[in-house]
Design a protein around this ligand. Structure first.
Ligand code: HSE
Length: 417
């Protein structure tokens, strides 16, 4: 077993978290030889000789065999990671935006160079979901992966609804605690959760979803109307990320607000906790919950990757051969749509309408919408400052047209149709 010699890029919340967890780890997991940072004037908790401002001091240093990339700028992160892999170094990264843009290419490069390329910390913080998908579910077809993948929005939603904080106060706290991205728009507009969905669906389903074409709505246009609706019907509001297969060749994916009821495991997934739900053909439904943001929980995921490097661990992407899926345009989703009282465009997008509520300011529609129409409606709603949320999670919907892929297969196997 070889203990890595580490070159660390970035010494922010996660970098310092890693430094702490390495110092308190049960075994010798590796030595940080150099830390590369950008800002020369910033006061830091370690002596100056631990730092460099020149990335080549790490990338071209033969003694350093492992690069840990924990910086904010995703384009610079890509250049660092690519060069490190090209130079034959193992790489551990937490940069979900960079991975969502470049994952297959960087994975191919790591295979060509025969080095490890690990990124457990990029999705859902302390929940060891990527390793689980790779090692435990490696041979089992999965129907979907979904849940709460962003700590900041969940913190805001919990603090505002359970403790009465304003949106601004809750966001400020999430920033102070180091949960939020340096540009928190990435959190509250749903981008961060979407980038994590790209990473997790690659490992869970084998497919690289196109995040630019994925329906995405954050929590910025949530209004007191939704809080009132949730209270009246016993719901809580969460931001749901999801990628799921609906036939052997088709899938849907999205990041959207959702009303969940008390039976949902996401109902009591509060504050910066994340929750992942997945369903295997043999295991059936499973739920994992843990801290999804913060220096120490995320640092612990990096530590676990470094520990795995000591015995040469690499992801194998066993699901990759099931790629090339297409979107499922006719899949039906159960939705709540709010528009201004003067707008009447939303109705036309629905396949079925269950309820209509109107007051002086708002029109609210409850009903079923096809995935194809959802994709068209979300940008219109954004422009009109309207709102949309799912009613319950897809794994709970009972809609005949949305027959579950596993059930259909099972029925065919049993020769019932
Ligand atoms: N901003 C992210 C979150 C950090 O709130 O979940 C962890 O990826």
């Amino acid at each position: 077993m070889k203990t890595p010699n580490i070159g660390l890029f970035g010494f922010g919340c996660v970098g310092q978290g890693l430094y702490d967890v390495l110092n308190h780890s049960l075994n010798d997991i590796g030595q940080i030889k150099k830390i590369c940072v950008k800002n020369k004037d910033k006061k830091r908790p370690l002596p100056l000789d631990r730092f460099t401002f020149d990335k080549d001091e790490i990338l071209n240093e033969p003694e350093i065999d492992t690069v840990v990339e924990l910086i904010d700028d995703f384009e610079e992160a890509y250049r660092i990671v690519r060069t490190a892999l090209e130079n034959g170094k193992n790489v551990v990264t937490a940069n979900k935006k960079m991975l969502a843009h470049h994952l297959p290419e960087l994975q191919d490069l790591s295979v060509r160079k025969n080095v490890s390329f690990l990124y457990e910390a990029s999705a859902c913080g302390s929940i060891p979901i990527i390793r689980l998908l790779e090692e435990y579910y490696d041979n089992e077809p999965l129907q979907y992966i979904g849940g709460i993948f962003n700590g900041t929005t969940n913190y805001i939603l919990t603090k505002t609804s359970l403790q009465g904080l304003s949106y601004e106060q809750a966001l400020k706290e999430a920033q102070e605690k180091g949960f939020a991205e340096s540009n928190p728009e990435n959190d509250v507009e749903g981008w961060d959760a979407l980038f994590k969905t790209v990473i997790l669906s690659y490992h869970a389903l084998g497919t690289v979803i196109d995040f630019r074409a994925t329906p995405r709505l954050g929590i910025t246009t949530l209004s007191p109307k939704e809080t009132e609706f949730a209270k009246q019907r016993g719901y809580r509001i969460r931001l749901l990320a999801y990628a799921g297969a609906h036939s052997e060749k088709s899938y849907i994916s999205f990041v959207l607000p959702v009303f969940v009821d008390a039976h949902s495991p996401l109902f009591d997934t509060n504050f910066e906790f994340n929750g992942v739900v997945t369903e295997g053909r043999f295991t059936s439904r499973q739920f994992l919950k843990g801290k999804g943001a913060g220096g120490h929980p995320t640092g612990s995921a990096v530590l676990s990757d470094l520990s795995a490097l000591r015995y040469g661990y690499k992801y194998e992407f066993k699901k990759k051969k099931f790629s090339n899926w297409e979107e499922s345009p006719n899949y039906l989703l159960h939705v709540y749509i709010r528009t201004g009282s003067g707008s009447d465009f939303a109705d036309a997008y629905l396949t079925e309408k269950d309820e209509f509520i109107q007051d002086r300011q708002n029109k609210i529609y409850l009903g079923w919408i096809t995935y194809e129409n959802l994709k068209k409606l979300v940008p219109v709603l954004k422009k009109e400052k309207g709102f949309l949320a799912l009613i319950g999670e897809p794994w709970n919907w009972e809609k005949k047209d949305n027959e579950k892929w596993f059930n259909l297969k099972r029925i065919k196997e049993l020769q019932l149709i």
